[in-house]
Design a protein around this ligand. Sequence first.
Ligand code: GLC
Length: 741
Amino acid sequence: MLKHLTIFSLLALMSSCASTDKPEDKLSGSVDSLLSLMTLEEKIGQLSLYTSDWDVTGPTMREGYKEDIRKGRVGAIFNAFTAKYTRELQQLAVEQTRLKIPLLFGYDVVHGHRTIFPIPLGQAASWDMEAIERADRIAAEEASAEGIHWTFAPMVDIARDPRWGRMAEGSGEDTYLGSQIAAARVRGFQGKGYGDVGAVLACVKHFAAYGAPQAGREYHSVDMSERMFRDVYLPPYAAAVKAGSATVMSSFNDYDGVPATASEYLLNEVLRKELKFDGFVVSDYTSVMELIPHGVAADTASAAALALTAGLDMDMQAGFYQDALPRLVKEGKIKESLIDQSVRRILRKKFELGLFKDPYRFSDTQREQSTVMKPEFLEAARDMSRKSIVLLKNEGGDKAILPLSKNVKQLAVIGPLANARRDMIGSWSAAGDWKKSVTLLEGIKAAVSPATKVSYAKGCSITGDSTQYLAEAIRLARQADVVVLAVGEGGLMTGEAASRTSLDLPGIQQRLVEEIQKTGKPVVVVLMNGRPLTITWINDHAPAILETWYLGTQAGHAIADVLFGDYNPSGKLPVTFPRVVGQVPIYYSMKNTGRPLEVNNKYTSKYIDEVNTPLYPFGYGLSYTTFSYEAPVLSSNTMTSRDTLDVSVKITNSGSKEGVEVVQLYVKDEVGSVTRPVMELKGFQKVSLKPGESKEIHFRLCNSDLSFYRKDMTFGSEPGKFRVFAGGNSRDVKQAEFELK
Ligand code: GLC
């Protein structure tokens, strides 16, 4: 035990002898100095991460994690929060272990910590990078004020199969949008840079291609061509690494037959060599252990050796590094230098967070009390929630049912999600206090005039077939002037381990909708869901439909803001809505095939029982006003790979209300050495327009926008004809052409 010199002063002394005073070298000096003092067991302790018992986010718990801390057998704890509790655990490490190395505290702060923002799929529907970055900045402020150093976010897995429940946690189907959001979220979490006490380490996940499990079934195998991986799934991870994500989490799935957690190709080749990632890689929950059921490891020792050799630095919750590495080193099967390499990567982050200077700097109850759920955070959440809402239907032009009047006499609020407090914060809602979330019923009551009579009936449960509440709902609907009907999935029916084989409304909700429709009253359907749902009947019968995802703490107020026109909806779908689950996977950037659809030609690519088109296309969303587009104007009809091409799009607010539109720019490569998608998003801009106002929106295309993995797997463009599309979604577009010389 070090008697007089504490480890910190010893390190200061040793690192002051570092070769140069460049911060980088000094830091390396400190890390190497500390490493030189560590025993093999202490090193392996730094490679182990265990959950506390404050939250459950996986299949196993760790009895005696406090003892692990005392014995230096663990370097990081997750699912522990509050300044008080993290301080208590930190004391065990810093006061009771030989080298007093501080713990790292991680948590799934995915869409807010205490103030909960819309689920990430909902935030993606805002197409608002500033708002998304701000949401995660606030999440980081709150989390770091509760002792958390590290969030297991952003999740950037591209997802094109809504049967997979974790589509809710990401940014949807598109590579370009997903990459922009990935970078914005890393900036949000890491702020001015980790080391700032209001920032947390980001952890881009799940590397890689976890969003493409076979049949949308959770944890299922992933198999795709390297071209598909590199063109579609890899870029968002790359964008997050480029934005400086401090850490990466390996995914549960195998890729090309090798579990990501033990994939030298993914972790060393792609992540470290190609993407120049220099942080540390943590496994997903027990995924080192899962190499055994994957069938690539026969026992603990081979699983640990495979993962460490592949570049997996930290073992989350399996305890396989702790159990097997000492012996593997002693038997000469694993070099200690490999362990040193991973320990260095982890210690660097602890130094960069300032934990060796002050291990308790994040565990400050004063800061916690003054930071958590500040009014401006709640206002930001309401703003983000409003921006996430997508208006899917509002028929009738000037006579449309929305926006509603606040002076409506009788308003019936019906449905199992109309007053569902817990569901508002959705899955992965960290330490969010659901008891503080605002329900739709409360939001409506707060918005309408005192003269309005608001009635409420559940109508039915989210799941189950009981019809006992139906009659009351029908009765209230009959008495009302207008009905707001909230249906969808339970807040935990998406997220991890929540795949579904159907995308229909669960339970008897469809029956509820039909019964309310039969009353003949004007109905606004408010959807609450974490994935696209097959709501074709609702689309055919309801006059108005709002997609509201799970909007978080301020859900009710945000939906009311849109319902009553205090906010003109501007959201656009980040995922395609199928008509039926049999169309899945369905997404806008499909291939044309050799027999593209000809409706009257049997021998073309189609179904015999359903059309090819989705119910709602990617990028779709309406407004209380209308926008008209002119065809894109190009600065030239040719360009070379060395220059750029300017595209301007004139858009006009042709309606009667001020509104915000997301102008989208798509590109199609007409002929390539391999088949190319019918179009790909290459730019978007949000623009606000007053009634009658027009604006020119400018985009600049460069060679990288036209580049892809060619037949020989080199990345680049190919000369030939291209089409440019511009519009308010991926279907209703105007176009122009140019040639790449
Ligand atoms: C879970 C999730 C991962 C999460 C981790 C820790 O299984 O797959 O996204 O960060 O475990 O909770």
